[in-house]
Design a protein around this ligand. Structure first.
Ligand SMILES: [Fe+2]
Length: 418
């Protein structure tokens, strides 16, 4: 509003100036210049932007989400306009500026939102799809090992483009090691939020802790950037017909292992027969034929995964892609042939373990040793490229498609429980 008043005063002054120009041709020329300058100004100054981290959507609860955003300095009345309704933003203190958060009820499938300071619009329009068009039908991605700068061989911008080329993604899981090398808050904007801004503003994403996230004090770094769900270390969310369980494997030996294991068993026990799908995400791998060692404490959880019908175990850590054949409670291969279609009978309480650890950083030396005995026995598919696994859930059918950075399919499989 203030800008338009300024234009009127400016026009009056310039009108007098035009009158002072004696030559009619120059008067017309100046007038045309004035109009075009005004039109271009109106186009570019649609809002008064502040220096900020673009908004990122965080999980809040089943019927609401949190919009988080960041400014370098304090605002008077920070708000989010969500589908035209205004929600005040609360301030969360932060060493490098201010993070704001608005809790927004989820009521519509397609959503538009804008950031405001009082009546002043301070962002462009963002769009997101939050709900499912049909119950039991949604799409999510899961990938780890992300925030590596391009100067050190990282490809986070490419990951952002890849994510945005996939339609209707509603949930994203960051499988740990969010920001290299030290998990520092001060690296988040350059290494993670800026390159992934488009994805983060349109898809609710949930992170888990990896070993690199522990290299800096997590309360002063990791947990400054992410909204905690429960204790932030191990927690669950429910989406439609699916239960998502998130664990903290810390440095491979786990955060409070016994406590976490007990919680896991209790959670799995009470989930029986309630959901069509159970997914477990953690940073470290159990069985693997990649260059990483096998982590005993992950393998110690296999009996629980098998007993309580976990479908997929998703991890990062190893900077490559690897899908193992379904395994039993002892970590032995249960379905020996290399296939891409599974039904209830062939799975029979076995689970599939996937390493998706080249979200933004590929191991420079090797991926999977395909000449090893372990590879021949365990691996259904392995590809050593940057990648994004996308899981489509339609009722009791799950389809996984894994893409490389050129959006080419590098692996796919289906589990049909109908
Ligand atoms: Fe790691």
């Amino acid at each position: 509003m203030k800008i338009y008043l300024l234009y009127i005063v400016l026009l009056q002054t310039l009108g007098k100036f035009i009158g002072m120009i004696k030559n009619v041709f120059f008067q017309k020329l100046f007038f045309v210049f004035l109009i075009s300058a005004l039109v271009s100004c109106t186009k570019t100054i649609d809002y008064n932007p502040v220096e900020f981290r673009e908004p990122y959507l965080q999980y809040e609860s089943g019927d609401s989400l949190a919009v988080r955003w960041f400014t370098k300095s304090e605002l008077d009345r920070p708000m989010v306009s969500w589908n035209g309704t205004f929600y005040m933003s609360k301030t969360i203190d932060h060493r490098y500026g201010v993070i704001y958060e608005s809790i927004v009820p989820i009521t519509d499938y397609e959503n538009q939102y804008i950031l405001y300071n009082g009546s002043e619009k301070i962002s462009d329009v963002y769009t997101t799809s939050t709900l499912d068009a049909n119950f039991g039908e949604y799409k999510f991605f899961a990938v780890g090992d992300i925030g590596q700068p391009s100067s050190k061989g990282g490809f986070t911008h490419e990951l952002n483009s890849l994510i945005n080329s996939i339609d209707s993604l509603q949930l994203g899981i960051w499988l740990g090691d969010i920001v290299y090398f030290h998990g520092r808050s001060s690296d988040y904007d350059d290494y993670f939020f800026e390159p992934l801004a488009q994805s983060l503003s349109s898809i609710i994403t949930v992170p888990i802790l990896g070993n690199h996230d522990y290299y800096s004090a997590i309360d002063d770094n990791y947990f400054q950037e992410w909204k905690r769900i429960d204790n932030g270390h191990y927690f669950k969310i429910v989406k439609d017909n699916s239960l998502f369980i998130f664990l903290d494997s810390k440095n491979g030996r786990f955060y409070k292992y016994e406590e976490q294991k007990q919680w896991l068993e209790k959670t799995l026990q009470s989930a029986q027969e309630k959901y069509d799908w159970i997914f477990v995400s953690l940073h470290h791998n159990g069985r693997t034929a990649t260059y990483k060692r096998e982590y005993k404490r992950v393998i110690e959880l296999y009996p629980l995964f098998a007993k309580y019908k976990v479908d997929l175990v998703l991890n990062g850590h190893s900077h490559t892609y690897e899908r193992l054949k379904p395994m039993d409670r002892n970590g032995n291969v249960f379905v020996t042939e290399s296939t891409s279609f599974y039904d209830q009978k062939t799975m029979n309480n076995s689970f599939i373990s996937i390493t998706a650890g080249a979200g933004g950083k590929l191991n420079g030396h090797s991926g999977v040793d395909d000449s090893s005995e372990k590879f021949k026995e365990y691996v259904a598919k392995a590809v050593h490229v940057g990648h994004l696994p996308v899981f489509s859930v339609r009722g009791k059918v799950l389809e996984c498609k894994v893409y490389n950075q050129d959006v080419e399919l590098i692996d796919s499989f289906t589990i049909n429980k109908e």
